[in-house]
Design a protein around this ligand. Structure first.
Ligand code: J9T
Length: 395
C-alpha cells in the first residue's frame, strides 16, 4: 500500500517511523511519502492561507498550493487513489471504514489547518481522487495531522503482513460489534486485587462463556449504542440501551399500560408494577440492570435483571423481571429478543435464571416455556407462578 500525506507540519507524521508501522515500511509493506504543502507555494513568505470571502474569523487555506500538491501526487499514482481529508464535518471513522480503506492500493491524506480548506479544492480533487471527508468524532482538533495518524495506524495494521498474528485482528474490540473482555496476567494477586477465579480454572468452555458475558456487560455499560447490532441481534429495528433516570417517565407509562392487561387477565389489582411511582421506579434503576428498547424513538419495551441469592446452597440466581412490550406491538418477537438479551447479560456468578408471572398469563407462560423455563413454584405470592432455568455455558 502507498500512503501520501500532505501537511504544513510534516514533522507531525514522524511517529509513523516507529513501532509496527515503521517496521511495515522497512519491510516494504507500506510505502509512505510525506509532503510539505509549503513547497508548493511561490511567494517569499510561503503563504498557505488567506482571509475568508464574506468575512468571519480565522483564515482559509488557499486553493493553489493544494492543487499543485495534489497534481504531483496524482502524477505518481497508478490508479485512482482515495483522498482522505480529515475534518470534524466528515463521515465518522470506524472499524468498518478502516477495513474498506485497507483494501485501497493508494491512500492520500490532505491535512488542513486554520478554518478549513477553500471548498473548491474538494471539487478539484474529485477529478483525480476518490474524495472522503473523515471525522474521528464530535470534537475539533487544530489540524488534520493527528486524525491522519489515527486513521493510518488503524488502516495499516489491517494490511496483510503488518501484524504477525491474524487471530489477534479477529478477536478485537469492534470487529464483531462488542467491546473486548478484560484481560489479566501474572501475578495472580496484586495490590490486594485478584484475577477472576474462572480464568485459573483451566475450563476452556467456562472461560469462553465468561469472556463473552464480560463483553456483553461491558458493552451494555459503556457503549449501549453498540448493543442493537450485536447482543440484541434478532430484535429487528429495536434500539436497545441501558435505562437511565431520563427514561423513568416513559418507563412508568409503559409499566402502567402493560400491567393493566396483566391485572385484567389475573383479576388482580395488587401487582407491584401497577403501583410503581416515578420515585420507586427511579430507585429500581439503581438496583437492577434495566434495558429499554425504542422503536423510532418511542420507548416500547423493557426488561431487567438482578443477581440474587438462589435457593439455599444452589448458587446465585439472575432474577429477570418487568419484561414488557407495548400492547400494540406484541406478537412480533420483541419480548423473546429482550428475554434473550437479559439472559445473555447475566454476570458469571449466576447459575440459574428466575422469573415470576401471573398464573393466568397464558401468553407469558408459553413464551417462557419455549425459552426453556420450567415451573418451580405456584401461588407464592398468591396468583403467581415462579419459573426457573439452569444456565448453560452457551447462554
Ligand atoms: C482539522 O481537523 C479536525 O479538527 C478533525 C479531523 C478529524 N476528526 C475530527 N473530529 C476533527
Amino acid at each position: 500500500m502507498r500512503i501520501d500525506v500532505v501537511s504544513i507540519f510534516p514533522d507531525y507524521l514522524a511517529p509513523l517511523d516507529l513501532s509496527l508501522i515503521g517496521k511495515a515500511r522497512r519491510d516494504g509493506l507500506i510505502e509512505l511519502h510525506v509532503h510539505d504543502l509549503r513547497t508548493f507555494t511561490h511567494d517569499r513568505h510561503r503563504t498557505v492561507d488567506d482571509t475568508p470571502y464574506g468575512g468571519g474569523a480565522g483564515m482559509v487555506m488557499k486553493p493553489q498550493p493544494w492543487s499543485e500538491a495534489l497534481d504531483q501526487v496524482a502524477a505518481q499514482a497508478d490508479a485512482r487513489p482515495t483522498l482522505v481529508i480529515p475534518g470534524p464535518g466528515g463521515q465518522r471513522f470506524d472499524q468498518a471504514m478502516a477495513r474498506r480503506l485497507a483494501e485501497c492500493d493508494h491512500l492520500v491524506f490532505a491535512c488542513g489547518r486554520y478554518e478549513g480548506i477553500d471548498e473548491r479544492v474538494y471539487e478539484y480533487a474529485a477529478r483525480d481522487f476518490e474524495v472522503r471527508v473523515v471525522s474521528l468524532g464530535d470534537y475539533v482538533l487544530n489540524g488534520g495531522e493527528v486524525a491522519a495518524l489515527a486513521v493510518i495506524e488503524a488502516v495499516a495494521r489491517l494490511v496483510p503482513g503488518v501484524i504477525g498474528n491474524a487471530a489477534s485482528l479477529v478477536e478485537e474490540s469492534h470487529e464483531d460489534g462488542l467491546l473486548e473482555y478484560p484481560v489479566y496476567t501474572k501475578p495472580e494477586h496484586w495490590q490486594g486485587l485478584s484475577v477472576p477465579e474462572v480464568l485459573l480454572s483451566g475450563d476452556h468452555g467456562r472461560i469462553a462463556a465468561w469472556r463473552h458475558e464480560q463483553r456483553l456487560l461491558r458493552t451494555a455499560a459503556r457503549r449501549p449504542d453498540l448493543l442493537p447490532r450485536a447482543a440484541a441481534a434478532g430484535a429487528g429495528e429495536l434500539e436497545i440501551a441501558v435505562a437511565t433516570a431520563a427514561d423513568a417517565g416513559e418507563l412508568l407509562t409503559l409499566t402502567h399500560a402493560c400491567w393493566l392487561k396483566e391485572g385484567i387477565d389475573n383479576r388482580s389489582l395488587d401487582i407491584p408494577a401497577q403501583h410503581e411511582t416515578l420515585q420507586s421506579l427511579t430507585q429500581s434503576l439503581r438496583d437492577w440492570t434495566t434495558y429499554v428498547a425504542r422503536l423510532d424513538g418511542r420507548l416500547v419495551g423493557t426488561v431487567r435483571g438482578r443477581l440474587q441469592d438462589g435457593p439455599a446452597g444452589k448458587g446465585a440466581q439472575w432474577d429477570i423481571g418487568r419484561l414488557m412490550v407495548a400492547p400494540d406491538l406484541q406478537g412480533r418477537g420483541f419480548g423473546r429478543a429482550l428475554l434473550e438479551l437479559i439472559q445473555r447479560s447475566a454476570p458469571p456468578a449466576a447459575v440459574t435464571y428466575g422469573l415470576l408471572t401471573g398464573a393466568a398469563s397464558e401468553g407469558n407462560l408459553r413464551m417462557y416455556r419455549r425459552a426453556g423455563f420450567r415451573v418451580v413454584a405456584r401461588d407464592d405470592p398468591p396468583g403467581t407462578v415462579s419459573l426457573a432455568k439452569r444456565r448453560r455455558a452457551t447462554d
